[in-house]
Design a protein around this ligand. Structure first.
Ligand SMILES: *Cc1c(COP(=O)(O)O)cnc(C)c1O
Length: 426
C-alpha cells in the first residue's frame, strides 16, 4: 500500500472533513523552500508550512545543533531542574522583545503560549486581591489558538460553533480605525476597571484572513487601555521573528505589551515550542509568601532542551545580515507585485506588510467558485507552488531563504490562477 492509502486507514487530519476527504500528498523530504513529493514533484512552500518555517526546510545548521543536543540532553523535568539551552534562550530573547520583559515561561505551542498568558494575567489580579477584575478584551476576527481559553478569546466562527455554550464570555471590539477610535476609547473609559487583560495580534490578524490594521489608531487605543491598568498581551505567535519586516510587529507601535506570546517561527519551524514572556510587575505579583499565589501551570515538555537549542540556532541565522537582507528583498518584491495586482479588477483589499502579501478574490456567481480555496490550492500545486487560501483570501508568507527566482515563480503562478479564475467567472 502506498503512503496516502495507509494514511487514509489510520489518520485523522486537522481542519479536514473526514467524509470523502481527498488523499493527502505524501512529502518525502524538503530542502530550502521546496517540498518533495513521492514521485519527485517539487512544490514551492509559499506559506512556510503554516507560517513556521523561517530559514527553509531541513536547514543543516539547525539540524546539526538539534542532533548534538539530542546526544547530550534530550529532556529533563523543568520543575526543580534547569539546563543551558533554556537559560541561554531566555537570556538571549528577553532583551530583543518589544518592551521591558524580565521573565520567560516556556510551553509547547502557540495555543499554550496564549493560554499561559491569559491565566498569568487573570491570576495577577487574583493575587492582588482583585478577583472580580477578570474580563478579557479581544478583537473580533481574532485567532489565538484551538484550546478552550484560546478559543474563548478568538472569533466566534464555524470553527468554534460546537463549543459556544462552554466558552467564557469575552468583550469583543473591532480593530481600531480613525472612525471608531472614539467609541472604543469611550468603552475603555466605562468598563476599563473590570477588564483584566487585552489580547491582540499586533497589526496582522493571521488566521482571521491576514487582515491588517494601522499602527496609529492602535497606539491611541493601547494608550487608553494601559492607562486603565489593563494588562496588554501581544500574541506574536504568527507575526514574530521578522514576518512583518521588523523583528516583532509590536515594534511598529509606540505602546508596548506587558506579556508577549511566541511560537511558530521561534525554532525556525523545526520543533514545537512556546514562550510567554512578561514584564517584572506581572512577575512580582507571584513572588510572595503565599503558596496559593503560585502559578500552577506546566507541561510535560516545558522547556524541552532540543526545542530550546533549535530556537537558539534559529536566532543565530536570524541575526545574520543575509537574513535581514532576504526579508527586505522579499518585502520589496512583494510590494512591486502588489502594485501590479492593483490593476486586476477581481481582486479586493490588497495589503502587504513585510513578507506577508494578501488579497481577496471577489466571489463570482459561478457555483464553481464556492470552493475557491481548495480549487486554488489544487491549481497552484499543479504548477509546483503550495498555497492554502483562507476562504477567498489568498496570501503569501514564504520562508526567508526563498530565492528571487522561486518568488517570481510564485507570482507567475498567481497571475496564471487569476487568469483561469476570471475566465470561469464570466
Ligand atoms: C497559529 C496561531 C496560534 C496558535 O498556535 P498553535 O501552535 O497552532 O497552537 C495562536 N495565535 C496566533 C496569532 C496564531 O497565528
Amino acid at each position: 500500500m502506498n503512503l496516502a492509502a495507509r494514511d487514509h486507514a489510520v489518520i485523522w487530519h486537522p481542519f479536514t472533513q473526514q467524509k470523502n476527504r481527498p488523499h493527502p500528498i505524501p512529502i518525502v523530504k524538503a530542502r530550502g523552500s521546496l517540498l518533495y513529493g513521492e514521485n519527485g514533484q517539487t512544490y514551492i512552500d509559499a506559506i512556510s508550512s503554516w507560517w513556521v518555517t523561517l530559514h527553509g526546510h531541513a536547514h543543516p545548521y539547525i539540524a546539526e545543533k538539534i542532533y548534538q543536543q539530542a546526544l547530550e540532553l534530550e529532556q529533563v523535568i523543568f520543575a526543580g531542574f534547569t539546563h543551558e539551552p533554556a537559560v541561554a534562550l531566555a537570556e538571549r530573547i528577553l532583551p530583543k522583545l518589544p518592551g521591558n520583559f524580565s521573565r520567560v515561561f516556556y510551553s509547547d505551542n502557540g495555543s499554550t503560549s496564549t493560554e499561559v498568558a491569559l491565566k498569568m494575567a487573570i491570576q495577577f489580579w487574583w493575587n492582588q486581591k482583585q478577583p472580580q477584575r477578570n474580563k478579557i478584551l479581544a478583537f473580533r476576527n481574532a485567532y489565538h489558538g484551538d484550546t478552550f481559553g484560546a478559543m474563548s478569546v478568538s472569533d466566534r466562527s464555524v470553527f468554534t460553533l460546537a463549543f459556544h455554550d462552554l466558552l467564557f464570555e469575552v468583550l469583543f471590539i473591532d480593530t481600531p480605525t480613525t472612525d471608531n477610535i472614539q467609541s472604543l476609547q469611550n468603552l475603555i473609559a466605562e468598563q476599563g476597571d473590570t477588564i483584566a487583560a487585552f489580547i491582540y495580534e499586533p497589526l496582522v490578524q493571521g488566521a482571521g484572513g491576514m487582515k491588517m490594521y494601522d499602527a496609529k489608531p492602535m497606539d491611541m487605543l493601547m494608550s487608553n487601555i494601559r492607562d486603565a491598568g489593563i494588562i496588554c498581551i501581544a500574541d506574536e505567535v504568527m507575526t514574530g521573528f521578522g514576518r512583518t519586516g521588523k523583528l516583532f510587529a509590536s515594534s511598529y507601535l509606540a505602546q508596548s505589551p506587558d506579556i508577549i506570546c511566541l511560537s511558530k517561527g521561534l525554532t525556525g519551524g523545526t520543533m514545537a515550542l512556546g514562550i510567554t514572556a512578561c514584564n517584572d510587575s506581572i512577575y512580582q505579583a507571584y513572588v510572595t509568601d503565599d503558596k496559593y499565589q503560585t502559578f500552577f501551570h506546566g507541561h510535560s515538555f516545558t522547556a524541552n532542551p532540543i526545542a530550546c537549542t533549535a530556537a537558539l540556532a534559529s536566532l543565530d541565522l536570524l541575526e545574520n545580515t543575509d537574513c535581514a537582507l532576504s526579508i527586505d528583498r522579499i518585502s520589496e518584491s512583494n510590494q512591486v507585485f502588489a502594485t501590479e495586482l492593483k490593476s486586476y479588477p477581481q481582486l479586493k483589499q490588497l495589503r502587504q506588510l513585510g513578507t506577508i502579501l494578501a488579497f481577496e478574490i471577489a466571489q463570482g456567481k459561478d457555483e464553481y467558485l464556492n470552493n475557491l480555496s481548495p480549487m486554488i490550492t489544487d491549481l497552484a500545486l499543479a504548477e509546483g507552488v503550495y498555497l492554502r487560501p483562507l476562504g477567498n483570501t489568498v496570501y503569501l508568507m514564504p520562508p526567508y531563504c526563498i530565492t528571487e527566482e522561486e518568488l517570481q515563480r510564485i507570482y507567475e503562478v498567481i497571475r496564471l490562477l487569476l487568469a483561469k479564475i476570471t475566465s470561469r467567472n464570466g
